[in-house]
Design a protein around this ligand. Sequence first.
Ligand code: OSB
Ligand code: MG
Length: 384
Amino acid sequence: MTVVIARVDIAVVRLPLVHEFETSSHRKNHLDHILVRVTSTDGVVGWGECACPSDPYYCGETTETCWSIAGEHLAPLLIDKPWEHPADAAALLAKVSGNPFARAGVEMACWDLYGRVAGESLAALVGGTAERCEAGVSLGIEPTIDDLLTQVQAHLAQGYRRIKLKIRPGWDVAPVRAVREAFGDVTLQVDANTAYPADAAPRLARLDRFGLAMIEQPFAADELLAHARLAQSLDTAICLDESITSQAMLRVALRLGACSIVNVKVSRLGGIAAARAVHDECFARGVPVWCGGMHEFGIGRAANLAVASLPGFVLPSDVSGSDKYYRRDILTEPIRARDGWVPVPRQSPGLGVEIDEEVVAAHTLRARAIRRDNVSVGLGIEGV
Ligand code: OSB
Ligand code: MG
């Protein structure tokens, strides 16, 4: 089956957060994600989401770089180029180096479109078998320990099965101890988002006695040796997020012993094909994985669930219901957790979710169409 993309639409959509989110680097009360809609020459559409943060702290990309790369480079690479499978579309997009969040959003739209043409769900297309994913929550840094305990309590009451706390120097041992004391043997893990200097192993060793499921990304992304040394000196498992930018980097990290658990994140890896490749490598080698998130709107959330239905996802993932972040998501039926599990959308083809275009339009800050008749002259800047 041959697909030819005739048009790519991109839109910056802003949704307010229900609860301010703070990590080791910054604080947020709304998020701007770029929605991508591809339309084939047959008029079939597919949707994707660039879930990039607006500031270059988690990664080097921003909403603005994604806007530029998607509009000026990725969309023109797709228009009028026939492909047989989304993996071929991913290969076309791989001509752009770096910029994984931008590539992931455009590639996701190709998978969705392909699934709709083929009449298969994305989960089935990637080979995922699970009907539902075990859901954990990622809780930001709170103004006080009491505020944090309130958050943990609220999410455990909703049935979430694992708690991940954001930590940084000065907000680590005390919140972990407080949560352990208040909630007993709840499955608990921490994520530092690279906030610790590479010589901070002694400080991190103070977390070793709390029975954490893992410590995620304490050091900078390229500090693989420091992670390997830490992994040797602690009982607690080390998980890498920011460091694992490709299957090749995964192999280096595993060879060095820098981690024993991997956070598979569609955006960070540059798309669904790359996320599946990292999963496959880990699965073959018996390395447990779980699915990381970027506060996705419904589209990216559905893609995460499809990937997280693969058999190597044996640990609870950051796949909460969208109501953890947004009062009104962009789907007609927003994704929800039930008793700590989130169902994988499988009932309809592609991502398996329906976009509420009125909600999208109401929250769109700006939009642009890239079409076959304006791509050849370079910059087709046009409203939708
Ligand atoms: O490190 O996993 C991370 C959000 C923004 C940037 C980085 C991270 C996160 C999260 C959110 O932890 C997880 C989610 O989407 O629920
Ligand atoms: Mg992380």
